[in-house]
Design a protein around this ligand. Structure first.
Ligand code: URA
Length: 238
C-alpha cells in the first residue's frame, strides 16, 4: 500500500499523524480469502463433540447448529472469514443484519471501518481471520444472552485451537468480557496485553468499530491499540 492510500485509510479513521515503523507484509503470508459455506442439518455445540474436529467439519457444524433459540430467527450462521492460518484473529460480537444476509462477519458500516483500521496497520481482511463470539444474529441486534454465548463458545474455542493465532484482537465490550471472563469496561481493558486460554495467546482489547462510528473522538485510542497489536505481531517490545 502506498503512502497516499495509508493516509486515506487513516483519514477514514480520523487519525491525522502516524509513523509506520517497518513493512507489515512480514506479519502473515498472503493467502486467498475463504468464506466457508458448508451446511449440515444438526450440530450440537458442546465442547467434547468438537475435540479433533477439523476446519471444514467445524464450519459445517456451525452452519447447522440449533443449540440455542437464535437458529430460529437467523437467515444463516456466520462462521467467519479470512485466512484460517492467520497470525491475527479479530473477534467481534455477533452478526448484524448485513452479516446475517451475506453470511460474512463485519460487512456493514462497522466492517468498513474495521477494514480501514486494519489497512492502517498494513493488513488486508484476507490476511487475517475475523470471527464473532456469536455465530447467529440476535434479533434486533440485542445483546447476546448468557446461554447463547455459552452454547456458541466451543465453536470459537475450536476455531482458536485450529488457527493458533499469534494475537487476538478483541473488539468491543461483549467480545472482551466474554473472552476474558470479566465485567470490566473496554476503556479499562484496552491499552495492555492480556492472555487467552490455556494456550496463553496474547489478546488486545479495543473499541468496537460500531462504537467508534458513534464516538469518533475515541479513534485515537483505537489507533494506539492497533499499533500495539502490530508491535506484538512483530514480536517487538510493548
Ligand atoms: N458487529 C460485530 O460485532 N460483528 C459483526 O460481524 C458485525 C458487526
Amino acid at each position: 500500500m502506498d503512502e497516499l492510500n495509508r493516509r486515506q485509510y487513516l483519514d477514514a479513521m480520523g487519525i491525522q499523524q502516524w509513523v509506520l515503523r517497518d513493512s507489515p507484509q512480514e506479519v502473515s503470508e498472503m493467502t486467498p480469502p475463504e468464506v466457508i459455506t458448508a451446511t449440515v442439518k444438526t450440530a450440537p455445540a458442546d465442547a467434547t463433540s468438537l475435540i479433533n474436529v477439523g476446519w471444514h467439519d467445524l464450519a459445517a457444524a456451525v452452519k447447522g447448529c440449533q443449540a440455542c433459540e437464535l437458529h430460529k430467527t437467523r437467515r444463516q450462521a456466520v462462521f467467519g472469514v479470512g485466512d484460517p492460518q492467520a497470525d491475527l484473529l479479530v473477534i467481534g460480537e455477533a452478526p448484524g443484519a448485513d452479516e446475517d444476509r451475506q453470511g460474512e462477519p463485519f460487512v456493514g458500516p462497522a466492517g468498513q471501518l474495521l477494514n480501514a483500521m486494519l489497512l492502517a496497520i498494513g493488513l488486508r481482511r484476507e490476511q487475517i481471520f475475523i470471527a464473532n463470539i456469536l455465530k447467529c444474529r440476535p434479533p434486533g441486534n440485542r445483546d447476546p444472552h448468557v446461554n447463547e454465548m455459552a452454547s456458541c463458545e466451543p465453536f470459537l474455542q475450536r476455531q482458536i485451537e485450529l488457527i493458533q493465532p499469534k494475537l487476538i484482537l478483541s473488539v468491543g465490550r461483549i467480545s472482551a468480557q466474554s473472552l476474558l471472563k470479566c465485567d470490566t469496561a473496554v476503556g479499562r481493558l484496552r491499552g495492555q496485553i492480556h492472555h487467552y486460554g490455556e494456550q496463553n495467546i496474547p489478546l488486545i482489547v479495543t473499541y468496537h468499530p460500531a462504537y467508534l462510528l458513534r464516538s469518533p473522538e475515541q479513534k485515537g485510542k483505537s489507533w494506539q491499540d492497533l499499533q500495539m497489536a502490530l508491535r506484538t505481531l512483530r514480536g517487538e517490545e510493548n
